[in-house]
Design a protein around this ligand. Structure first.
Ligand code: MG
Length: 253
């Protein structure tokens, strides 16, 4: 199933995407009210929003060996986690705004895990049963501030720095074997597979929920593969995760 959140007739709605049509749902799929109400919308007639509004976003750094190498960092023994502000989230076809044109600001294509139920001290073996589904996430990062601050909150939390979408796909049964790709202006910059993750999705859920409780709708960004690079105003970014779809965002200054 592909869950979407969308805006039409001056209200925010939740639905299931079926081809080019959206079947409206009774309530918020995050709260498991997934009954269809019978109303159908054309995808082309609505504005898609980020499919989820997380209360927490936990991001993982250096979780692909080749990306750690290009960053000049050793691969961490344990998942290197940090938090970014949910106020940075935008959706499909929203613009990424660069706050400082002097700074190098990079795209980072990532598989985003959307949590489906309250999760504390979850073991690897049960981890996937806590997942609602998966979406595309772009962990936009100001490299100058990242280096200067020595931690990532400011570098990664500006408004528009966390595009998510376009859908939450619930039927990915092995999240550790999906292709991930990002292109800028049609040129492929990142192309990998989550089978290259150093710490897989189950391990990340175990490690994160050892230290904090995750709630339905919270998001784990699983790390980016190699090929990161700078964005500039006018760029068109498209990121794709196999089975989910393509998340498109333009860049403005
Ligand atoms: Mg990242």
């Amino acid at each position: 199933m592909k869950y979407v959140r969308f805006y039409t007739n001056n209200e925010v709605n939740y639905g299931v995407l079926e081809g080019e049509k959206i079947a409206k749902l009774e309530g918020d799929f995050i709260e498991e009210k997934t009954k269809k109400v019978g109303e159908i919308f054309n995808l082309s007639d609505v504005k898609l929003l980020s499919p989820v509004e997380p209360r927490q976003i936990i991001a993982i750094g250096l979780n692909y060996a080749l990306h750690a190498k290009e960053s000049g960092k050793p691969t961490p023994d344990e998942p290197m986690m940090f938090m970014v502000s949910p106020s940075a989230v935008i959706g499909e076809e929203d613009s990424i705004k660069l706050p400082n044109l002097e700074h190098r600001i990079d795209y980072e294509a990532e598989l985003a895990v959307v949590i489906g139920k309250k999760a504390t001290n979850v073991k690897k073996e049960e981890a996937l049963s806590y997942v609602l589904g998966y979406t595309c996430g772009n962990d936009v990062s100001d490299r100058v501030l990242q280096k200067k601050d020595g931690q990532f909150t400011r570098a990664k939390s500006y408004p528009t720095f966390k595009p998510l979408g376009p859908v939450i796909e619930t039927e990915i049964y092995d999240p550790n074997n999906v292709e991930i790709k990002l292109s800028v202006n049609g040129e492929v910059k990142q192309h990998s597979n989550t089978n290259d993750l150093i710490h897989n999705v189950q391990s990340l859920i175990e490690t994160v929920t050892e230290v904090m409780t995750l709630q339905p709708g919270d998001v784990i960004l699983t790390g980016t593969p190699s090929g990161v690079g700078a964005l500039k105003p006018g760029d068109e970014v498209e990121m794709e995760v196999e089975g989910i779809g393509t998340l498109k965002n333009s860049v403005i200054g």
